[in-house]
Ligand binder design. Structure first.
Ligand SMILES: *Cc1c(COP(=O)(O)O)cnc(C)c1O
Length: 367
């Protein structure tokens, strides 16, 4: 007997995911573009044109007037590709190319950089963060050496929503260039996979307009309210994308800079549709609502005597006993923990005040 495909989960109790319900317009556009492949622009011209619009939109968000880039499968691919471009550019362009290339990143960097290092044969040098979970600039400076091809800054860390001092990291990269004979310097990559759609509404200095950032990751399928899969890689220079291109003998186009081959136009179309609907007023409203919710939740947990990590971007971490955490999970709250075992609540667009009130009522019931 044929089994019907079941319903997916509801978002009613999802508190730790960085994905959310796509905007209805994004959902609709994604469905129309399901059978397209922007990886083959000669054949799928409409999808390829939309992708150029998506890249321009992400450039606008991240303060870059003439962006190069593409819609990736997610932040992981964008981060891998940024490291790959930095490695290739150092190999091909530096006066003395690095013998064993490395990347310097704060320990708060996403685990996708460990994958990048593994796949690319690059060493990942992780350095400590300061007391508040931000990259320690002195530690980064001390770790950067002649073989460093990229320095990573995180703008909205996955665990605590912290933003590294990007202009200071740019200073480290610049100084590294001044100390080499050819003036060769590591590329500065900013990972704003999650934070990118909230940060334009904050005072943080995080993007291309604030510092000489070379590449940046920002994911429409997280706070952009586009359907999965839709990540974004942006680069200031054409040469960075060129460093990723390989020849494609049997496609209508002659080269491809993406990591995946065939990829769905759904994410591309969803990105453009969501951006058209939400930029900037809708995204600003989402940010403001989420910020109010995060501070309400932080206060509520603090009032109950839990140690709360003061939110910056709307992501709340709090030290909740194991027994309460497990009991909350039994009540179907989808929650996760930080590396230090704190409860972590990500205030995504689907996370409403009402949901948080229910959650705190359950906490009261269980503690
Ligand atoms: C989510 C996230 C990633 C990974 O993105 P995927 O879309 O899951 O591949 C990378 N960096 C940061 C900061 C993230 O929050």
């Amino acid at each position: 007997m044929q089994q019907a495909v079941p319903e997916p989960q509801s978002f009613r109790r999802v508190l730790s995911s960085m994905c959310t319900e796509p905007h209805p317009a994004a959902r609709e556009a994604a469905v129309r573009f399901l059978a397209t492949n922007p990886g083959d622009p000669g054949t799928y011209g409409a999808a390829a044109e939309l992708e150029a619009r998506a890249v321009d939109a992400l450039g606008e968000l991240a303060g870059l007037a003439d962006p190069h880039g593409y819609v990736t499968s997610g932040g992981t691919e964008a981060n891998i590709q940024a490291v790959r471009a930095a490695r290739n550019r150092a190999r091909d362009e530096w006066t003395s190319p690095p013998e064993s290339p490395n990347v310097v990143a704060p320990e708060s960097a996403h685990f996708s950089f460990a994958k990048a290092a593994d796949v690319l044969g690059v060493d990942l040098l992780t350095v400590p963060t300061d007391g508040d979970g931000r990259a320690d600039v002195d530690a980064v400076r001390a770790a950067v050496g002649d073989d460093t091809v990229a320095v990573v800054g995180v703008a909205g860390s996955t665990e605590y929503g912290r933003v590294d001092p990007i202009p200071d990291l740019a200073g480290v990269v610049e100084a590294a260039g001044e100390s080499t004979p050819g003036g060769d310097r590591p590329l500065l990559h900013v990972d704003a996979a999650w934070g990118g759609f909230y940060l334009p509404f904050t005072d943080h200095e995080w993007c291309f307009e604030h510092a000489p950032v070379d590449t940046l990751t920002v994911d429409p399928h997280k706070l952009g309210q586009a359907p999965v899969p839709a990540g974004g890689l942006l680069a200031r220079d054409r040469a960075t994308l060129d460093a990723l291109a390989v020849e494609t003998p049997y496609l209508e186009s002659t080269s491809q800079a993406t990591l995946t081959g065939t990829r769905s136009g759904a994410g591309v179309a969803g990105t453009v549709a969501a951006f058209d609907e939400l930029w900037p007023a809708g995204y600003r409203e989402a940010y403001e609502t989420a910020t109010a919710n995060a501070s309400w939740l932080a206060d509520a947990l603090d009032d109950r005597g839990f140690d709360v990590v003061e939110p910056d971007l709307p992501l709340v971490a709090a030290d909740v006993p194991e027994s309460v955490f497990e009991a909350l999970r039994k009540r179907e709250w989808r929650i996760s923990r930080t590396g230090r075992d704190e409860l972590r609540v990500v205030c995504m667009p689907h996370v409403t005040r009402r949901m948080l009130r229910e959650f705190v009522a359950d906490v009261d019931d269980l503690r």
